[in-house]
Design a protein around this ligand. Sequence first.
Ligand code: C5P
Length: 400
Amino acid sequence: MLWNKKIVIGITGSIAAYKAACLCRALIKKGAEVQVVITPAGKEFITPVTLSALTQKPVVSEFFTANDGTWHSHVDLGLWADAMLIAPATAASIGKMANGIADNILITTYLSMKAPVFIAPAMDLDMYAHPSTQQNLNKLQSFGNYIIEPATGFLASALEGKGRMEEPDKIVEILENYFAHSTDLARKKILITAGPTYEKIDPVRYIGNYSSGKMGFALAEAFATRGAEVVLIAGPVKMETIHPNIRRIDVESAKEMYQSAIEEFANVDTAILCAAVADYRPKNYSENKLKREDKGDFSLELTANPDIAATLGKLKKANQLLVGFALETDNEQTNALAKLQKKNLNFIVLNSLKDEGAGFQGDTNKISIIDAQGKTTAFEMKSKKAVAEDIVDFLRNRLS
Ligand code: C5P
């Protein structure tokens, strides 16, 4: 998995820097090409001579070479690498990365990096546990970086606790796993609908629902991470997309979502319809804000929205997969299977509002995947991110 992979190893000023030598060696033994970038503090812990001898490349540590003024391009490194690994990553460097404080070539390389970034923190237990470090790590994670959690054990401070940089063998395994997964869906094209739809009543009111979009966005991210090209049609949600493999189309109403989905469907291998689409919209949109009237009850006439899933089910070609979601409150299996059949889906992902921690808004979900013959595969309650991985794994074999 690491054969011919180009890896930038960033080394910062921690006692765990000595382990970076083993890391370089292990990666090179697996066939990777390694370029070391080191901070000034890192050089206090391990010499560039050791690292350049191991990697057979000059170590990058300054913006310029003092004697001849040669410029080291962090931008080129950002384009060259298949992955960047910062190991060990000190609290200071983590803080700089999280806040864009580009005062050494390691941080500028990080900011220029086009490839995935893995960060292996190493520090004293209290520094690691400090809210400042934790917030910075969360921030880096939200940028799409992968945090390799430190292990618990004996620390250089003679204390025991969580903060030891993960062992080189384990880090190599994590990178191998990443590369094993990162390309298995390359060239596959996936369409995902996510979030709610808003159906306008007047300029200030709409009919909507509680869908957060979290499940659909987690799916988009999971497919993109595995190399697929994702088109994400998102209803109105407060969610961000950062992965370069995701092309996002923002829509508001069911009709807009329908139009985009029809346009995109012909070009994809699979469509996964996660969105909670409004079944009805107000028959007439009022240009002016509706006024309260003193005539007692008020009724709003509704008209049916197009069913995106059912339409795509009719357009579906033999080599395309169509996957729906069903959020049910009762007779879950029967209702879900009926939907699958009615809409000509290949699979339906069922979640029940009866399961605490499943469905709208939350960060967890509990699903079953039902196929056209009614065969059900049930999964445990998990984070939506892990549920997305399960769905990708499940569909992966069917896709190829
Ligand atoms: O709303 P319902 O339970 O029928 O949704 C089942 C599936 O159909 C979901 O995958 C949902 O995204 C999709 N759907 C749709 N267009 C609609 C209604 C539902 O694509 N108008």
